[in-house]
Design a protein around this ligand. Structure first.
Ligand code: E4P
Length: 226
């Protein structure tokens, strides 16, 4: 499962990249608006930091197909070929996905709440389909089950489309999907850090250090023990 950062704050992105193996960054209009700067300024800064080979997913704002397509063209021109044009999976969006993917652009079908939306996005040629796990949970439906069903639909129909699971609010949601082997998950920086935040783990490591220091002396390691 690929792991992407769902966010646009460059400092947080840099921090997560420093510690974890990350495959790219996803944004949405709300995430970009929260930065309070020109969207292309923010996105170019992210692109420069992650490099031209990493995935950068950027969403169109228009709601009609022709304008979605134009936005997509501009995004890729400004941000490089490894930019995935995120398109909401509504009828106009499916029309745009069909056109952009047949032109050879990389497309992520987003705002997916149902397996049939994902099926139609895959038929239209999307590279990724992004089910919103937590938002689906909040509707009283099981977001993990929806994502699994989409994974099976793609596999059983021989689609090249992968899942890009999104909208995570806790570690269990992430665990369940990496166990199922979905293509990718995009996760907010705070939730990524939470995947390994566990006092039992840090306390085990502290005990190892304490035991060694009792034996060899304060601040001694395998580098300077005598
Ligand atoms: C990603 O593509 C989605 O836009 C995002 O994950 C939605 O997350 P949220 O439900 O936390 O806003």
């Amino acid at each position: 499962m690929k792991l992407l950062i769902d966010g646009a704050n460059i400092e947080k992105i840099k921090k997560i990249y420093e510690y974890y193996a990350i495959d790219g960054v996803t944004t949405n209009p709300s995430i970009l608006a929260a930065e309070g700067r020109h969207p292309y300024e923010v996105l170019k800064e992210i692109r420069e930091f992650i490099g031209e080979d990493a995935e950068l997913h950027v969403q169109v704002i228009s709601t009609n197909a022709d304008e979605m397509i134009e936005e997509g063209h501009k995004m890729v021109k400004e941000l490089g070929k490894n930019t995935y044009i995120k398109i909401p999976t509504i009828p106009e969006g499916l029309k745009a996905i069909k056109a952009l993917s047949s032109e050879g652009y990389k497309v992520t079908a987003t705002a997916i709440y149902t397996p049939l939306q994902a099926f139609l996005a895959a038929k239209a040629g999307a590279d990724y389909a992004a089910p919103y796990v937590n938002r689906i949970d909040n509707l009283g439906t099981n977001g993990i089950e929806v994502a699994r069903k989409i994974h099976d639909i793609f596999k059983n129909n021989g689609f090249k489309t992968q899942i890009l699971a999104a909208s995570f609010k806790n570690s269990l949601q992430v665990l369940e999907l990496c166990e199922y082997g979905v293509g990718a998950s995009t996760i907010a920086p705070e939730i990524i850090e939470g995947l390994i935040k566990n006092t039992t783990i840090s306390s085990a490591v502290e005990t190892f250090v304490d035991d060694f220091e009792h034996f060899c002396g304060k601040h001694k390691t395998m580098l300077n023990c005598e």
